[in-house]
Design a protein around this ligand. Structure first.
Ligand code: CMC
Length: 428
């Protein structure tokens, strides 16, 4: 696992004579970790539901300082990446650890462009789904099904196979995402175009039809690229941990990523961007906001302000700041600065940032608070929001899976505090 342990923790347990020495490891930055691996041999498990105090692995990909609102990918702050880089360059950085040279970048972009089509047979898969199916249900299914089409690259011990799989997933995800949308619309699928940029091509596959081309505005294409970039990775979140856990069994990467997509779907995770828009719809107008703030504060009411709060950030989510700026750019371009949904979002943010309940619990807007408003303004239906999050998060999932598979790893297998019946006999 990690290097030597210059520090030790001593655990004294009532009734046990010898204290247990536990090694402490330091990372390059962030909290130290106590290695509890040898507790099992002493007859104890650690207990940490929700993994709030548990580091599940070593990683060199992404660092978050939630108290100070810091997010670094391979050391680079997200604000700088959003300003100076783009999504495909970030994909390269996440996968390879360093920014590409100009030649490496050109080769990577070219490779991704030449993997955007999916096997024609995959089209028949879509016919099996009801047009009313949620696009996340379709995406889980078809991404898992990729392993049935591309088994020439599923030898997880072969680094070249892993690389091809990473390229295939990053390249094909927007194609599959757009196909999920077209299926629900009852429109023909639109093939990818290699002369377009990554985000531009996605918008083309979403909105063009065989009868009419779709002209992608540079501001909208840039906003879409930023949405992908801001979602690209977020260290050991629920879906990434799911990808690692599924992958730790030796499952192929397409199946592992499909598991991650399922984990992302929930409203506490990637489903929050969809939930934000549904919530704003339910609130209806700025006048009703105080009532909903009170509902959120009521312990007996399950209602929460979607797009607020984060397990790790106890400060403004740095991605939300960039997203807020992009939101204004998009609404200005589309001439909808007076958008009533945005007005509600702004008022909700203003009240929540001043309200004692939210301030005390350190609940700030997260990335999903603004991304939904941008996507809606672009004309993307609400049920596609989490699919877009999944598309953006793909390089993160693959980078973490690859990092795990490249080093020594164990199958992920947590234990439990059993509270059920003790042994009893079957009735005779
Ligand atoms: N509205 C009202 N109260 C809240 C909210 C909220 N959005 N979020 C947390 N709280 C309260 C919660 O009731 C609890 O109060 P108490 O201490 O009195 O019991 C306290 O704040 C701590 O919340 P928690 O649920 O124990 O914290 P957590 O770390 O387990 O949950 C969270 C984090 C993101 C699931 C939660 O904040 C939430 O449900 N937010 C709304 C959903 C959302 O926006 N999710 C997207 C996360 S960002 C995208 C991503 O990375 O996936």
């Amino acid at each position: 696992m990690t290097d030597q342990a210059p520090k030790q923790a001593t655990l004294t347990i009532d009734g046990v004579d010898d204290p247990i020495e536990l090694p402490i490891y330091s990372g390059s930055v962030g909290p130290d970790v106590i290695d509890v691996g040898k507790l099992t041999a002493q007859g104890y498990f650690t207990y940490d539901p929700g993994f709030v105090s548990t580091a599940s692995c070593d990683s060199e990909i992404t660092y978050i300082d939630g108290d100070n609102g810091v997010l670094l990918h391979r050391g680079y702050p997200i604000e700088q990446l959003a300003e100076k880089s783009d999504y495909l360059e970030l994909c390269y950085l996440l996968l390879n650890g360093e920014l590409p040279t100009a030649d490496e970048s050109a080769a990577f972009v070219d490779t991704i462009k030449h993997h955007t089509m999916v096997n024609e047979q995959l089209r028949s898969f879509f016919k099996g789904f009801s047009p009313s199916a949620h696009p996340m249900a379709i995406l889980c299914g078809v991404v898992g099904a990729l392993s049935a089409f591309y088994h020439d690259s599923t030898d997880i011990d072969n680094p070249e196979h892993r690389k091809i799989t990473a390229h295939r997933l990053i390249a094909k995800m927007p194609t599959l995402a757009a196909m999920s949308y077209k299926h629900a619309q009852g429109q023909p699928f639109i093939y990818p175009r290699n002369d377009l940029g990554y985000a531009e091509n996605f918008l083309h596959m979403m909105f063009a039809t065989p009868c009419e081309d779709y002209k992608v505005s540079p501001t909208i294409a840039k906003a879409m690229d930023r949405i992908f970039l801001l979602h690209a990775d977020h260290e050991q979140n629920a879906s990434t941990s799911t990808v690692r856990l599924a992958g730790s069994t030796g499952a192929n990467p397409f199946a592992s990523v499909a598991a991650g997509i399922a984990a992302l779907w929930g409203p506490s995770h990637g489903g929050a961007n969809e939930a934000v828009l549904n919530m704003l719809d339910e609130i209806g107008s700025v006048d009703n906001i105080p009532e909903y703030i009170n509902k959120a504060k009521d312990k007996n009411d399950p209602f929460r302000i979607m797009g607020f709060g984060h397990r790790v950030y106890k400060n403004y989510d740095p991605r939300a700041k960039v997203m807020q700026q992009t939101c204004h750019e998009v609404l200005e371009e589309l001439g909808v600065e007076d958008n009533p949904v945005l007005a509600m979002a702004r008022e909700l943010e203003r009240i929540a940032l001043e309200d004692e309940y939210f301030v005390e619990k350190r609940l700030y807007p997260n990335v999903d608070f603004y991304s939904g408003i941008i996507l809606k303004a672009i004309g993307i239906p609400v049920e596609m929001f989490t699919v877009i999050f999944a598309t953006g998060r793909t390089p993160g999932w693959i980078a973490h899976w690859n990092e795990m598979i490249s080093g020594p790893y164990k199958i992920g297998r947590p234990r439990q505090l059993y509270k059920g019946y003790t042994k009893r006999d079957y009735p005779s």
